[in-house]
Ligand binder design. Structure first.
Ligand code: SF4
Ligand code: SF4
Length: 406
């Protein structure tokens, strides 16, 4: 697509990057077929091609309005369009740049700004979020049903194995996951211990930066990224083989550190190495052999919800599914598995109606063949599905850990 991007944008790395992405789009519209918001709303401007057109207008200096902002806000950043696009358009990066540029020109309402500020300042900080969650859990009985269902119960924290191993991998503890579902990483530590790998944590690491990044607070997000690199680097130098991520949403962002910090002379090289060493837990297990006699299946019928950040963001479509089948689980087929469940980071809070519609459709698809359990690979999806599922929802690594006999 031809663009007439203004000098103002062409003089910035962000503007040049956005311009190059817009130019790579041939406007064919194939992506609309797999876009959840286009499917729901039927409006060209609520599909990827229309949004790319809106961002082209922005780069060309045309007036952007609250309507432009609304269409970009409605995008889930699920990147299903990237998977479909035959021209390799990096839509996810474009929409993040576009949102930040639009937010600089279009002032949000006071309430909207407060909501976004509170989300960034609470969710990204485990100590603040823990206090917030504990208070909500304590007064859960007093909330209306619609809010009550969103407050998860406290998990009894399982012990981590205490054996030291020669092979070590680092884990991103994360922010929300470390507070709401700490047993995802306990289960990961336990599974890895069984195959001779020690899972270690780094003091000082924290939020991957995804929440700030997707809420147009890019400098704040880059600060989180640099902090994590500083925390991980000494352990990488000591020989940690990889950085294991058990929340696919965080994994997709950490794998992008190389790109996001490529203009930072102090961090670009380290960020590149960190991104290369970042692996979803499924990628680690794919490389390791597990004696199948050590796995005893007690939950027969399982269905896997593949998070967008795993299948579209990290391009790991089918990896967890093939592992689970290899371990002996009976995995149900899911219709329209490429579509988002509506969680999408803070989307379920900021775009409630669309998020709920997607959730209902996803649960119909997941529960169609009467499974006993839904497993997933991302904390956001897990919590979102849990609010209305008729059956338990957990991370697939917990299921694998529970199935080990020794
Ligand atoms: S499929 Fe790709 S090239 Fe075609 S309109 Fe969508 S983003 Fe552009
Ligand atoms: S990221 Fe998802 S919601 Fe946004 S345009 Fe692409 S397919 Fe549609």
């Amino acid at each position: 697509m031809q663009t007439h991007t203004t000098e103002q944008f062409l003089n910035t790395p962000q503007g040049r990057e956005a311009d190059a992405i817009v130019r790579s789009c041939v406007h064919c519209g194939f992506c609309n077929a797999t876009c959840p918001t286009y499917q729901l709303l039927g409006d060209e401007l609520d599909g990827p091609r229309g949004r790319i057109y809106l961002m082209k207008q922005l780069l060309e200096g045309k007036t952007v309005s609250a309507k432009t902002q609304m269409h970009l806000d409605r995008c889930l950043s699920c990147r299903s369009c990237e998977t479909t696009c035959p021209s390799g358009v990096e839509y996810g990066r474009l929409v993040d740049i576009g949102r930040e540029l639009v937010d600089k020109q279009v002032k949000r309402t006071g309430f909207d700004r407060i909501k976004r500020f509170v989300l960034r300042k609470i969710l990204s900080f485990p100590s603040r979020f823990s206090l917030f969650l504990k208070t909500a859990q304590k007064f859960k009985a007093f909330f209306p049903a619609s809010i009550k269902q969103k407050i998860p119960n406290r998990q009894e924290i399982l012990e981590w194995p205490d054996k030291s191993r020669i092979r070590k991998v680092l884990v991103l503890e994360g922010c929300a996951q470390s507070i709401i579902t700490p047993n995802t990483n306990s289960a990961t530590a336990s599974v890895l211990d069984k195959i001779g790998i020690e899972l270690i944590t780094a003091n000082g690491a924290g939020c991957c930066g995804a929440i700030s990044y997707h809420l147009s607070a890019n400098e704040e997000a880059l600060g989180f990224m640099r902090r994590n690199i500083d925390a991980w680097w000494p352990l990488i130098e000591e020989g940690a083989e990889a950085i294991v991520i058990t929340a696919s949403g965080c994994g997709a962002v950490v794998k992008d550190y190389a790109d996001l910090l490529k203009h930072d002379v102090n961090y670009a090289q380290k960020a590149k190495i960190i991104s290369e060493k970042t692996k979803d837990i499924s990628e680690i297990l794919l490389q390791e052999s597990i004696d199948l006699n050590r796995i005893k299946i007690s939950t027969e019928n399982v269905v896997f919800q593949s998070p967008c950040s795993l299948q579209h963001g990290q391009k790991l479509n089918g990896v967890v599914e093939s592992l689970l089948k290899h371990y002996g689980f009976n995995l149900a087929q899911v219709d329209n598995a490429h579509l988002c469940c509506g969680s999408a980071g803070t989307y379920s809070i900021l775009q409630k109606e669309l998020s709920q519609q997607l959730l209902e459709e996803k649960l119909i698809a997941l529960q169609k063949n009467a499974p006993e359990l839904i497993v997933t690979a991302n904390i956001g999806c897990q919590l979102h599905l849990q609010t209305q599922a008729n059956i338990p929802v957990k991370h697939w690594i917990e299921l694998l850990d529970e199935s080990f006999v020794a």
